[in-house]
Design a protein around this ligand. Structure first.
Ligand code: EPU
Length: 441
């Protein structure tokens, strides 16, 4: 028996109800924000996923006391201190979140050490915007073979910075640094994803002064100290969309408790165009969205991934599995990451007909056109999917493999399945709750 292999008996619709909790791409950043407070912070609804473990480990190494509390976590930063580089490096290569420790550690300690980053291999994922912004605040960055050493010999000062692209991480870097920098910071071309707005709400609760203007401009007035926060995070709209696509691809019916319409409006438009049905329950206690395949044929669509409020890059991979079942030619132009279509090879081995192109198949301005990146796809459907042995390439691509295996006729083996734990809490039990026929091989 291998613990990292899932044997999937495909071909049966998924039916039932699951719950999504705090958004992976907010919770981990909210945990870093706790470092900025002088008093304890409390974060509710924290999912048990790998990024949370990594950030918790790093916080504890820096003296933050972390305790569990009714499905959430409490962070006490009373004794923040310097951590041993060797101990920090245990977390090297495991997550991208450590880069966000720069500003908070510079404020608390005057120096920071950041290990090599991890994360999915979906593009080069440089950190040039982060480092350029930090330097403008006054940080001195020393790149060493072990990792990044940062200091701020003259303190951190507010600045004007325009991002070359509305990067989520770089926007968070600026927010987490500017809130306690001296003076005013103006960030142009900022990302405005719901997870960023929620992070701004947390920082505001801590005493920060942040104005979100129109046209992607964020203005931050630095303050000398911040207090702890108490916050219930927005729920995971990436996970919710993944299960919605699983319902569509397997001709099933899945209620995702905790899913919020307001964060998923762009997804819901596409879901409807493809032929999916949904129903929103916005009652305060057990709200959520029910997603189902209403019968009949699904329809092909053309879509382009983009920064918010566009169609999220993380929604693309699970949706493509459903598009293999739609009649006609669907077109997907991926404009956020240059290498996020590699997972389609595996779908083709299962019987899908997906052709990838270097050209931009769409009108959204894109950084990858006429370079050597296969970042557009044409999907011809419907195709009958059959079982295969699959190796999980990355988080979202991996979930799409899993959906394909569930939709396909026959028994598939999905290798490296534990990687899915990085972003999907308890997915084995969720699969069981939805009646999936799957077991650890
Ligand atoms: N970029 C640069 N330089 C930088 C930073 C970004 O060129 O210094 C480029 C990236 O290479 C990419 C684009 O800008 O082409 C967008 O990257 P962004 O910084 O927005 O991504 P991120 O912050 O690293 C987060 C999520 C991703 C999600 C993206 C886009 C987290 C931990 N990760 O990544 O989520 O796809 O925003 O919304 O919040 C996932 O959950 O599976 C995942 C990959």
């Amino acid at each position: 028996m291998m613990d990292d292999v899932l044997k999937v008996y495909g071909g049966a619709p998924l039916h039932g109800e699951i719950t999504v909790r705090g958004a992976k791409n907010l919770v981990s950043k909210a945990m870093v924000a706790a470092l900025l407070g002088d008093t304890p912070s409390r974060l509710a609804d924290v999912p048990k996923i790998r990024d949370v473990e990594v950030v918790r480990g790093l916080l504890e190494l820096h003296g933050v006391k972390v305790t569990e509390d009714a499905g959430g976590l409490v962070f006490d930063p009373a004794n923040v201190g310097t951590a041993e580089i060797d101990e920090i490096n245990v977390h090297a290569g495991s997550s991208r979140i450590p880069i966000l420790f720069c500003g908070p550690l510079l404020h608390r300690l005057g120096h920071a050490f950041i290990p090599d980053l991890g994360g999915c291999h979906i593009g080069d994922r440089p950190i040039d915007f982060h480092l350029a912004a930090l330097r403008q605040f006054g940080a001195v960055v020393d790149k060493t073979p072990q990792g990044l050493h940062l200091t701020a010999p003259n303190g951190l000062h507010g600045t004007k910075f325009e991002l070359p692209y509305p990067s989520v991480g770089a926007t968070e870097q600026v927010l987490l640094t500017a809130v306690r920098a001296e003076g005013v910071t103006e960030l142009r071309n900022a990302a405005v994803e719901p997870e960023i707005v929620d992070l701004i709400c947390i920082l505001q609760k801590m005493g920060a002064i942040i104005k979100v203007h129109t046209d992607r401009v964020i203005e931050i007035e630095g303050v000398t100290s911040l207090r702890g926060y108490s916050h219930r995070p927005i729920t995971d709209r990436l996970e919710a969309a993944s299960w919605a696509c699983a319902a569509l691809a397997t001709k099933g019916d899945i209620t995702v408790k905790g899913a919020r319409q307001v964060d998923m409006m762009t997804f819901l438009n596409v879901f409807t165009s493809v032929g999916g049905a949904f129903e929103v329950d916005d009652s305060p206690t057990k709200g959520g969205i029910r997603f189902w395949h209403p019968g009949g044929e699904l329809r092909a669509v053309a879509l382009e991934t983009d920064v918010h409020p566009g169609f999220m890059t993380d929604w693309q991979q699970p949706l493509v599995v459903a598009l293999t079942q739609a009649r006609g030619l669907s077109i997907v132009h991926e404009t956020v990451y240059e290498r996020r279509l590699g997972y389609t090879d595996a779908l083709n081995t299962m019987g899908a007909t997906i052709q990838v192109y270097r050209d931009c198949l769409g009108g959204t301005p894109c950084r990858f056109g006429r370079r050597n990146f296969k970042h557009s796809a044409v999907i011809a459907g419907p195709s009958k999917l059959h079982a295969a042995d699959l190796v999980i390439p990355d988080l979202r691509g991996g979930f799409s493999h899993l959906i394909a295996a569930l939709a396909a006729e026959g028994t598939s083996h999905v290798f490296g399945v534990n990687l899915i734990n990085r972003g999907y809490e308890d997915f084995d039990s969720k699969l069981a709750a939805l009646g999936a026929h799957a077991e650890r091989a």
